[in-house]
Design a protein around this ligand. Structure first.
Ligand code: CP
Ligand code: NVA
Length: 343
């Protein structure tokens, strides 16, 4: 794993014996207050993993782990001033909506949920300029990534990407927190993504490249990750030493993998392509034969929602290798870390 800031090492040592659901109050003052006061992420937009340095990624993951280990620590009520997050949703959500809202409540703040297409009733820039006068942050789930960029360009408050057509950074951060929990390290691991080179794949690819995790995607021709993201990942991999591979053979991608990951073949907004995509991906299901190519102690991951019998066999997602509900749980902790650091 990359070196972490000294203060995070301190957090790690102080709470290394804490269980994930500890009920007793920790004693003394929380070093988290210090980290959150001093950190350099305050006010930063989190539009994608592309915007984050390896050190910032590790700061978020370590802070998330601290928050998780100290779930009942009263010092987690960090927002003494009644901070407010507006959550704009152009698409449905279970995990993102609930974890952001619960996260704000647990930190002592408040979240406002709004759904509907942005830019229809009024320009996106006007939405942003209004919100900027009232609240402390915006989390948005959009169809076009450009919508997030317009929101960010027109507000001084931080804008957080809750999924766009290009990236799903909060998912990837929670996922790498989960990988670290299960494997005890990040650097040197091998992550196989079997399926569509979509928003989730793009964010995982970038995050892997930045922290030194080898990344192999097994996808049909024409469904590779975004070329701009791929180039950014190659640049980051030069620094971290990560090996990045694209193959059309899902078994080759899974070979010796520590982590096997998949996502739906048809993302939200792509429903009109369903027939074409289901045909293209029919040989890309993650099933027990796929896992036979991976390491014996591999973990299976999926961002959810999942379609059992399509991109993943039921026996895999509900089987012993699966950590999908740990991933879902960590959405809460990773996003609380992001909120506490940027708002
Ligand atoms: N993984 C994820 O973002 O789930 P939701 O679509 O339910 O938010
Ligand atoms: N790729 C999927 C992820 C859902 C969390 C989508 O965009 O619909």
């Amino acid at each position: 794993m990359l070196s972490v800031l000294p203060v995070l090492k301190h957090i790690k040592e102080k709470y290394s014996n804490a269980s994930s659901q500890r009920m007793t109050q920790p004693t003394g003052s929380s070093p988290l207050q210090y980290v959150l006061k001093e950190n350099l992420l305050r006010g930063k937009d989190i539009l994608g993993i592309a915007d984050l340095s390896p050190e910032e990624i590790l700061l978020i993951i370590e802070t998330a782990q601290h928050l998780k280990n100290n779930k009942f620590d009263e010092t987690q009520t960090l927002f003494g001033k009644g901070q407010t997050l507006v959550m704009l949703f152009e698409k449905p959500s279970l995990r993102t909506r609930v974890t952001f809202e619960a996260g704000m409540t647990q930190l002592g703040g408040h979240a406002i949920y709004m759904e509907g297409q942005l830019g229809v009733r009024e320009p996106v820039s006007d939405v942003s300029k209004n919100l900027d006068r009232w609240v402390d942050g915006i989390m948005a789930r959009t169809f076009a990534h450009e919508t997030l960029e317009v929101l960010a360009a027109n507000a001084k408050i931080p804008v957080i990407n809750g999924l766009s057509d290009l990236e799903h950074p909060c998912q990837a951060l929670a996922d790498f927190q989960t990988i670290l929990e299960h494997k005890g390290k990040l650097k040197g691991l091998q992550l196989a993504f079997i399926g569509d080179g979509n928003n989730v794949a793009n964010s995982l690819l970038l995050l892997a490249a930045k922290v030194g995790v080898d990344f192999a995607i097994g996808c049909p021709k024409g469904f590779e990750p975004c070329p701009t993201i791929w180039q950014k990942a190659l640049d980051a991999a030069q620094m971290s030493g990560a090996k990045l591979t694209i193959t059309n053979d899902p078994d080759e991608a899974a070979l010796n993998a520590d982590v096997v990951y998949t996502d739906v073949w048809v993302s939200m907004g792509q429903e009109s392509d369903e027939h074409e995509k289901v045909l293209a991906f029919k040989d890309y299901q993650v099933n027990s034969k796929t896992l036979d190519h991976a390491k014996q102690d591999c973990i299976f991951m999926h961002c959810l929602p999942a379609h059992r019998g399509e991109e993943v066999e039921g026996a895999v997602i509900d089987g012993p290798h699966s950590v999908v509900y740990d991933q879902a749980e960590n959405r809460l902790h990773a996003q609380k870390a992001i909120l506490a650091l940027v708002l």
